[in-house]
Design a protein around this ligand. Structure first.
Ligand code: AMP
Length: 487
């Protein structure tokens, strides 16, 4: 199958060729002819499958047919990052056509977006909150929309966007072609599809809720308080150049970013508390390999498209098993391979079971290697980035320790960091006192390497106070509320 068999205009074929795409991906081969034929489409495809081109290319082709100043195609995305990415792609694919693509999302000034819309727009890409703001202000006319795409519909649902989507649908004319893309299917997704798709062509590129074929998945069973040391070890020993690390909370993302920086690994955090400019910069630094690790929460990382991202780490397992599929979909994107590593502490075993049930397979456990415990200085819980850039997107190397972090033995760490979070803080307190001495790198030694067992962790838990840890994490995960809901 080649792109020229799909019925696309020469201008689009040229753009695709210049992008270096040799052949359409399965989702593109399945949806492009259907969309060109005017059919509604329900597509089961996660990011990384080439789904953006699958709807953007045929929509651009439709848009060449007639003109006007108000948008005739609308793509709704759950996050600003995804909106920006879809817009980038659309601009690239449409570079030989005279079409105007505008992207609108919250977190940035509305006036430049209003100006752009006034200058004319053919394809509009938007997050729901800002779209509704603009429509309510009377500066956006959606009555000419003929092509409507709901991208990452399952994310939309998770993020509580259904009422907003309903309101958007009311602003659109009834006569239109609808497309819905979703990585996972649930009854809610099916109900949503039934509500606004008419006799859709169903295209599914991977089996339902399947993970990307080319992702090598593995897990390490490791105590919570050793995770950061193991992660630093994996990055440094594996000479990883680019790794996306998922944490469950914004606070956790900040803290880990700082800990990685203390270990000599350039890292930045990306989450919903960051300003848009900080997020854009962190992503740009990550894409250009200026930083090694991007530490992200679920919400912030949705839809991120980073070319050939080789490593994804689940520093904490997600509460919702479907999120695991989304997370590991960040790697092994169209045509490349990747690895997804999960660091699983004893309290996360129930989450792991849920994920494996969804995958209908188990994730292979890798023996925990010998790894050093880094002696990182204690610092108050605060966003890591304040140390470096003004609005804080990047935690840089610490000059004082030569960028490698000083090390102390696993034995010492185990002795003081038993079990609970309180234990961990105490351990860091000891480290802080020691850190008054100048940092220096100590040679790694085999005795400094705790390949902890789950049994050991459980026994530490008991010693730490006799209370079993709760099966579920206690810290509140980042939710799609506040400004996110407003997009
Ligand atoms: P998406 O699933 O739309 O986020 O796309 C993931 C990545 O695949 C993007 O970086 C695209 O540029 C790339 N891509 C899309 N279509 C193709 C193709 N036919 N061949 C190679 N790469 C592609």
């Amino acid at each position: 199958m080649s792109f020229s068999n799909l019925g696309l205009l020469p201008e689009l074929l040229r753009a695709v060729e210049e992008k270096g795409y040799a052949a359409p991906t399965p989702i593109q081969a399945g949806t492009i002819p259907a969309i060109l034929a005017g059919r509604d489409v329900l597509a089961g495809a996660q990011t990384g499958t080439g789904k953006t081109a699958a709807f953007v290319l045929p929509i651009l082709q439709h848009l060449t047919r007639d003109g006007g100043n108000a948008p005739r195609a609308l793509v709704l995305t759950p996050t600003r990052e995804l909106a920006a990415q879809v817009a980038d792609n659309a601009t690239g694919y449409g570079r030989f056509l005279k079409l105007r693509t505008v992207v609108v999302f919250g977190g940035v000034g509305i006036n430049p977006q209003i100006d752009q819309l006034r200058r004319g727009c053919d394809l509009l890409i938007a997050t729901p909150g800002r779209l509704l703001d603009l429509a309510e202000q009377g500066v956006l006319d959606l009555t000419h929309v003929r092509y409507f795409v709901l991208d990452e519909a399952d994310r939309m649902l998770d993020m509580g966007f259904i009422p907003a989507i309903r309101r958007v649908l009311k602003l659109l004319p009834p006569e239109r072609q609808n497309m819905m893309f979703s990585a996972t299917y649930s009854d809610d997704i099916r109900a949503l599809a039934q509500r606004f798709l008419h006799n859709p062509v169903s295209v599914e590129v991977a089996s339902r809720n399947a993970t990307a074929d080319r992702v090598t998945q593995s897990l390490y069973r490791v105590p919570k308080d050793s995770k950061r040391h193991l992660l630093a070890h994996l990055i440094q020993e594996g000479n990883w150049q680019q790794v996306l690390v998922f944490t469950r909370t914004k606070h956790g993302a900040n803290r880990l970013t700082q800990q990685l920086a203390d270990a000599g690994i350039a890292a930045a955090a990306i989450h919903g508390n960051k300003s848009q400019s900080a997020r854009v910069r962190a992503l740009a630094d990550f894409k250009s390999l200026r930083i090694t690790a991007l530490v992200a929460t679920e919400v912030a990382a949705r839809g991120l498209d980073i070319k050939e991202l080789p490593h994804v780490v689940n520093y904490e397992l997600p509460n919702v098993p479907e999120d695991y599929v989304h997370r590991i979909g960040r790697t092994a994107r169209a045509g490349s391979t990747g690895s997804a590593v999960s660091l699983v502490s004893a309290d996360e075993e129930p989450l792991l079971r849920d994920i494996e049930r969804l995958l209908r397979s188990s994730i292979p456990a890798t023996p925990v290697p010998q790894f050093p415990i880094l002696n990182t200085p204690v610092r108050p819980d605060r966003p890591a980035e304040r140390d470096s850039r003004r609005d804080g997107s990047t935690a840089k190397f610490r000059a004082s320790n030569g960028g490698r972090g000083s090390r102390r033995s696993g034995g010492a760490q185990q002795g003081s960091a038993r079990g609970s979070g309180r234990g961990e803080r105490q351990a860091e307190g000891h480290a802080a006192q020691r850190s008054h001495a100048p940092h220096r790198s100590e040679p790694r030694s085999s005795q400094s390497a705790p390949g902890h067992s789950r049994a050991a962790e459980h026994s530490r838990d008991r010693r730490a106070g006799g209370q079993p840890r709760s099966a579920r994490p206690t810290q509140e995960p980042e939710r799609a509320g506040g400004s996110w809901r407003r997009a």
